[in-house]
Design a protein. Structure first.
Length: 359
């Protein structure tokens, strides 16, 4: 009597690279969370020159196209997908979504699923020509997908309004977070309050606002910037011009982010717009409270007074006052903060929601 052979469905995740962006982290996490008894997982990247995430994952294969740019990747990706014949292909970020949609038109891929990664009507305010260029092609590219994943109701509505996407094709799924063995310690009397921001040095991240906020805080409030980007030198000059170099430091890229987080008293997020801020997830995972301007995804994560504060966009004075309150008055409970975010965004829960899209 022949035993029934289980055939695992091939699932591909397509990324431009494994640098430290939020979309890269989401697919890297999901690749680990998918049920390996049911699915054969492959991550396809265009360029592995600079990696912030390990390519040594149990049950996950990596394919490096070595093409570096999406505009040069059509034939290489087409060749791989034709040869491998995956059941499902997930893509993320505008330029990769456009690429995968184009390739998908020439192949019979049963489940082609795009993950949106920003609020398009907000993003266009900060990316200028680049945003307008992508808008021309993104609307058409979405028509080639069986399903579109977004991370918040705000993002869903923006996709409908901006790209005229059929609302029935959109599924709202939060981003996943891995469990951490790091946890913020209990509050102790301190002389220096250490704040942390983790972000690209880009216009939409509002880091210039943080410099202004910090200028109005007492001398014992210090801020570390983690990240890199086009505006890094501009922010460094702003810090120097305001003579704040003694309490504002730019640390650059850091891999052991949880270890850094637990050494701080508060995470701050100054963005004008976000799709779903992964850095907030990471902070909550180690029990670190967050003070943030209101952006997409935040209302479902931050509960005022429990794990941080949400500030109306542009209200720098309220942001400043909430930093002081968070550091000096509130008695945060790190373990409760961690458990709350696990209940909402644990990897197994979010992975199961993604698996359901193709099951």
């Amino acid at each position: 009597m022949n035993e029934e052979v289980k055939v695992r469905k091939k699932v591909f995740f397509v990324l431009s690279s494994l640098t430290s962006g939020g979309s890269e982290r989401v697919f890297w996490n999901l690749a680990q969370g998918f049920n390996k008894d049911k699915f054969e997982i492959t991550i396809v990247i265009l360029d592995s020159t600079v990696n912030c995430f390990s390519m040594d994952l149990d049950g996950v294969r990596f394919i490096d196209l070595k093409t570096k740019k999406a505009s040069r990747s059509f034939f290489a990706l087409y060749s791989v997908l034709k040869r491998e014949a995956p059941y499902a292909v997930f893509s993320t970020t505008d330029h990769i979504n456009i690429l995968v949609s184009l390739v998908g038109r020439f192949l019979n891929i049963p489940m082609l699923i795009a993950r949106a990664s920003n609020i398009p009507h907000e993003q266009r305010l900060y990316e200028g020509f680049k945003s307008k260029f992508y808008e021309l092609f993104t609307s058409a590219s979405y028509r080639g997908y069986k399903q579109i994943v977004c991370q918040s109701d705000e993002m869903k509505q923006s996709l409908i309004d901006t790209y005229n996407v059929d609302q029935h094709l959109i599924k709202v799924i939060a981003n996943p977070v891995l469990q951490s063995n790091k946890l913020k310690g209990a509050k102790t009397p301190v002389k220096i309050y250490k704040l942390l921001v983790v972000a690209r040095f880009a216009l939409e991240k509002g880091l210039d606002r943080l410099v202004e906020i910090m200028a109005g805080l007492p001398e014992n409030y210090h801020l570390d910037f983690v990240g890199t980007g086009a505006l890094k030198d501009q922010i460094a000059k702003q810090i120097a011009d305001r003579q704040l170099g003694h309490k504002l430091k730019i640390l650059g890229e850091i891999k052991n982010i949880h270890e850094v987080m637990v050494q701080h008293d508060l995470m701050v997020l100054s963005s004008h717009t976000e799709g779903f801020p992964n850095v907030v997830l990471e902070a909550l995972t180690v029990g670190l409270p967050v003070v943030t301007f209101k952006v997409s995804g935040i209302p479902g994560l931050i509960i005022d007074g429990f794990n941080g504060y949400v500030i109306k966009q542009g209200d720098l004075e309220d942001f400043r006052q909430k930093i002081i309150q968070a550091c000096t008055i509130d008695n945060w409970k790190p373990e409760a903060i961690r458990q709350n975010v696990y209940q909402k965004c644990a990897l197994d829960k979010i992975s199961a929601e993604y698996e359901e899209l193709i099951s």
